[in-house]
Design a protein around this ligand. Sequence first.
Ligand code: G6D
Length: 338
Amino acid sequence: MFAKVEKQRNGIELIKIDNQETTIVFSNFGARIISWKYDDNSIVLGNIVEADEFYQANPFKFGATIGRYSGRIADATFELDGKTYTLDQNDGENNIHGGPHGLDTKFFDYEIYEQVGQVKIIFTTIIKSEDDHFPGNIELKVTHTYNVEHKWTVEYEAIATEKTLFNPMNHVYFNLNRDNNIIDNHYISSEKLALYPLGDNNLVSSLDPIDLKACFDTDKIKFKDIFETTHPQLQQQMTRYNGLDHPFDINDGQMTIENKHFLLKVETDMPNVVIFTFNDTSSWQSNFNIYKPHSGFTLETQCIPNDINLEGENAQSIIEANKPFYSKTSYKIFEKEI
Ligand code: G6D
């Protein structure tokens, strides 16, 4: 397989990979995915034509690598080894997406490897403590691989100079509908689907999750049925957030999402998946903002947001100095025969 590089303005470079029925495009800006198409159907949200302007001030972080810490950190502060760290507040009083200078804002260096049956792009950068106020610098490699089986894999390899937090993810929004209509008709499935309820400011309020499989008693749960549930605790969550913005426990890191035409299979070694159904699209004052609520959904494979304040030294996002971190998530798209 081969890759073609296209340079746009503002330092944005696109790396385009063609795999017959499917095409996929990545960028050096935020080591992000820009486009993924099955024939003429866009299955992710983004803008390949005007990428040079679209991504710079987009608060929705379409397709970006997020880090060093993906989810919210309550009150933008945490304690590690008895020391208190104060981060930038970029979500009310919280810190989100690693702060205002997170990985989504970085221009990565990259190398392309065209191999038999796949293309690999290795993006590299350094996260500096002076930029985000977490302890330690991190040398980071984000590898996007696309193969002939229409499978996109993201691998994260990191090494930190000090004990710190590392909780990366990709902020891609999917929409498997051919007409790109809202995603309420999609079904999610996994042998385990347990949702952590949120309290104030989108923060997890309890480590006792709601078992969705028990609530709905079905293998495949439709987003619409979750949004319109009469289950009291879940209904309260949906009313409050107009959809999902919740961490899930899933079975063995595997889940599928499907509609009539396509099925997307996700596999991850990260402990949780945050599903966000793009519930409020109004915060971006831009002609580029053509999105209505539920235009897409994310599958953010990460440690439970705010784990450092919820679980202290047991938080899974803690990494030791000089000890290599590795994590992998893949998304594979299938067209259904109808
Ligand atoms: C993340 O969980 C958050 C959402 O609350 C936020 O609005 C979005 O990113 C932009 O998924």
